[in-house]
Design a protein around this ligand. Structure first.
Ligand code: GDG
Length: 512
């Protein structure tokens, strides 16, 4: 007798489960919290809800049986070694990730990667359809699962479907490079509500609908007729910004514990109690601007604006996507640069850069944040950047200063940070020096304002705003108004010639 799978009113799907299965040398398996911003954010949202999470368990082969952890039902989806290579490392991280991050490195296109992406997305959709209760809410996350909304809708038309993009959504000119752009947009339009980090991301998506699929948009909605041209099947999908945040209260409480405070003091002492400790914490990713940051720091050392041991820098780079070429090259490059800086500017007992290619427990991260005088968050492009908000949440002492790139989504909320353009090395140097030399009362004033923002706009508020937006998203199309018709006609006029070219190109590439 087969036992029916339990069903849930809220089903979350993300590429990774919040726990990874790790098999040790003796073949024994244990579960470990998986890395990254999405898990950090969703963990606190899922606590206390009767919900299920569908995702990959982080290792190849047959998936483990579903199980319950701290009240959350975890439903693993299996990936074969080839699928990991083609769907995850390939299409997700070597095709979509660069396109969605301004093509900082060139994107790679392979038709077999796309086919595998489709297959895996379908597997996720089937798993979701199996455990969603009638009328359930399904919340799909991120760029790895863009086809899932439409696939779930065709399997389970009764459920309400949302998708949230943790990374930027590219301008139409970049998105157009994708040979499978039409299928991706149609995949997303299976949702009722599409959430983005910034309004500009939602607008980029809506522009793709207009320009690439000739759809009608009005304000933040797009009206869409699924294939078959049945007017009854017309649906309206809303696309809007709901910026993600951090669990302010728990980070604030963690950083106030005697253990974390003592550890922060210990870290400073073991670095020789510098006057100024600069800190960078990032997944080792070319989007995070680590090279640009190191260059600015190196030039400040060269100019003798700063010098160890009075000023020193700690760079934590968390291992990430180590099998993707661009990441291997980046690691080499960063480690060579750190070696060069240390060779030139360190002294015995006082290194210029402490470089740590490791992952740390949460409490240790909080202690580092508390220990750092200046936090350097300088991405070239970043959906949000939770590290910036975590730093702020940990500075209950109102100490510290945040240097923040205007290309991080966080910039749209954290205006009281010391803002820089990471491409402008001279500007980054000046901003670091402003942060280093700012009077204490100015730093405290800025930090207080930053904390106020993050305390109110925390991750719990993000989740409830998202779920409210999903619940109230329009299911039926609104009648197009004169304004929307005009808007569409204007757009069409402007793009008529490029549209023809794009359509022709689509015909050639849709069935690649
Ligand atoms: C994506 C988007 C968006 C890092 N090292 C360690 C560690 N971390 C934690 C940080 C933070 C998270 O990982 C990283 O989040 P970010 O937001 O900085 O960046 P991505 O991983 O690129 O996340 C991003 C995010 O999704 C959420 O929507 O903000 O723009 O790219 O929480 O603290 N945590 C621990 N040890 C480490 O060594 N415990």
């Amino acid at each position: 007798m087969t036992v029916a799978a339990p069903t849930f009113d809220l089903v979350v799907a993300a590429n990774r489960l919040p726990l990874d299965r790790v098999v040790d040398d003796k073949g024994e398996s244990t579960w470990r919290r998986s890395p990254g911003g999405l898990v950090t954010a969703m963990e606190s949202v899922m606590k206390g809800r009767d919900a299920a999470w569908v995702g990959w368990a982080g290792e190849p082969g047959t998936p483990p049986e579903p199980f319950t952890d701290e009240g959350m039902y975890l439903h693993p989806v299996g990936l074969s070694p080839t699928e990991i290579e083609e769907y995850y490392e390939g299409f997700s991280n070597d095709t979509l990730w660069p396109i969605f991050h301004d093509v900082i490195v060139p994107a790679t296109f392979h038709r077999n990667w796309w086919n595998t992406y489709r297959t895996v997305n379908h597997r996720f959709a089937v798993a979701i359809a199996e455990i969603a209760a009638p009328g359930a809410t399904v919340w799909v996350h991120d760029y790895q699962l863009q086809l899932v909304p439409a696939m779930v809708r065709s399997l389970r038309p009764d459920v309400r479907i949302g998708w949230f993009n943790h990374i930027p959504f590219p301008p139409v000119e970049l998105f157009s490079q994708l040979p499978w752009r039409r299928a991706l947009v149609e995949g997303l339009l299976g949702a009722d509500f599409l959430g983005f980090q910034r309004t500009a991301d939602a607008e980029n998506f809506l522009r793709c609908c207009r320009r690439l699929l000739n759809m009608s948009t009005k304000a933040d909605t797009v009206t869409f007729t699924p294939p078959g041209d049945d007017p009854d099947a017309r649906r309206t999908v809303r696309a809007a910004a709901i910026p993600i945040s951090v669990d302010f209260r728990s980070l604030d409480a963690l950083s106030r514990t005697p253990e974390v405070k003592a550890r922060a003091a210990e870290i400073r002492a073991s670095l020789g109690n510098p006057e100024i400790l600069l800190l960078g914490v990032d997944r080792l990713d070319y989007t995070k601007g680590i090279r640009h940051r190191l260059k600015a720091y190196e030039e400040l050392l060269r100019d003798k604006a700063i010098a160890p041991p009075d000023v020193t820098m700690m760079q934590v780079s968390t291992p990430s996507r180590e099998r993707v070429d661009a990441y291997r090259h980046l690691r080499d490059e960063i480690e060579r640069t750190v070696g060069g800086i240390n060779g030139e500017y360190s002294d015995i007992g006082s290194p210029a850069v402490y470089y740590l290619y490791q992952s740390y427990p949460r409490a240790e991260m909080a202690a580092m944040f508390l220990a750092a005088d200046v936090m350097l968050v300088t991405p070239l492009r970043d959906g949000m950047n939770l590290v910036a908000k975590e730093y702020v949440a940990c500075r209950h002492d109102l100490g510290g200063a945040l240097v923040l790139s205007e290309f991080a989504g966080a910039w749209h909320e954290l205006h009281q940070a010391f803002i820089c353009n990471p491409h402008d090395v001279e500007g980054v140097k000046q901003t670091i020096m402003r942060a280093v030399t700012a009077p204490e009362d100015e730093r405290r004033r800025r930090m207080k304002a930053l904390r106020k923002r993050v305390a109110v706009h925390d991750v719990q508020r993000w989740a409830s705003r998202y779920l409210e937006a999903l619940a109230s998203a329009p299911a039926k199309p609104r009648r197009p108004t004169r304004a929307s018709d005009e808007e569409r006609r204007g757009e069409e006029r402007a793009n008529r010639s490029s549209q023809r070219a794009l359509d022709n190109a689509s015909e050639r590439t849709e069935d690649l």
